[in-house]
Design a protein around this ligand. Sequence first.
Ligand SMILES: O=P(O)(O)OC[C@H]1O[C@](O)(COP(=O)(O)O)[C@@H](O)[C@@H]1O
Ligand SMILES: [Mg+2]
Ligand SMILES: [Mg+2]
Length: 278
Amino acid sequence: MTEIYEAIKRSAKRIKEAIEFDDTGYSENINATGDTQLKLDIKSDQIIEEEFAKVASIKEIISEEKEEKTPLHVEGIYGVGYDPLDGSSLIDVNLSVGSIFGIYEGGYAGANLKAAVYVVYGPRVELVIAEQDVKMYRMNKSGEFVFIKTIELKEKGKLNAPGSTQMCWEPKHKALMDAIFADGYRLRYSGGMVPDLHQILLKGGGLFSYPATSDVPKGKLRMIFEVFPFAFVYEKAGGEAIDGQRRILELSPSHPHDTTPCFFGSKAEIERVKKCYE
Ligand SMILES: O=P(O)(O)OC[C@H]1O[C@](O)(COP(=O)(O)O)[C@@H](O)[C@@H]1O
Ligand SMILES: [Mg+2]
Ligand SMILES: [Mg+2]
């Protein structure tokens, strides 16, 4: 697993430079979920594929930015599902973005996740690795990642990150969001899943939701590349991740680009979601 983490660190350094200095314009390509790809989406994907190709333990990779899997090493044991550049549309307004990685063994069901990693490209570049626990690292002047701390969620938090648009929410979801804000939770939502979830982890807790909505009834966020890895991180940090009723990590995609409604948070907030969606 260490050689995979090292490949992610090498990728992060190269992607950071691409974000800072490369063209942030759109390509002519559309990805499997119908998003027009930024040149940076494609470049980040290429960088990660190059770095993973050097890791013998990776059998295959599957990217949010590619329709199909890419075989790497026949003797490998892991499948890595990743979103090379999440929230990329925020780059041209200079907001934080991220890369998300799920390291699977035996297929891409939530139960097959062995580790999850994400990188935040913000005022500082930070890397979080979840295996047995959740460890946070920060890139220093020499480009090395230095261990900062282990991340643990409190039982209850103060932040609420409500995804999508209010006009698309189900009435019960709107009522739940209103009740949470009425209890004094602070609205913290940038439209970038990685910094939004990272903030809740670092501030000790709260709720991030991207529910089933009238425009995306199955949710917007992708199981393999985005939702399973963060569900793994949140559970290892002492929180929970559900689709409204079921534990996220008990789900299995029928198609590599399948999405799911998702709620990530501290236990107290997830209890409120369960009551709302029962
Ligand atoms: O603007 P919305 O509908 O709330 O969606 C925001 C969500 O979409 C995303 O930007 C999707 O990410 P991609 O850039 O990988 O498509 C997430 O980062 C974020 O949580
Ligand atoms: Mg994404
Ligand atoms: Mg993306």
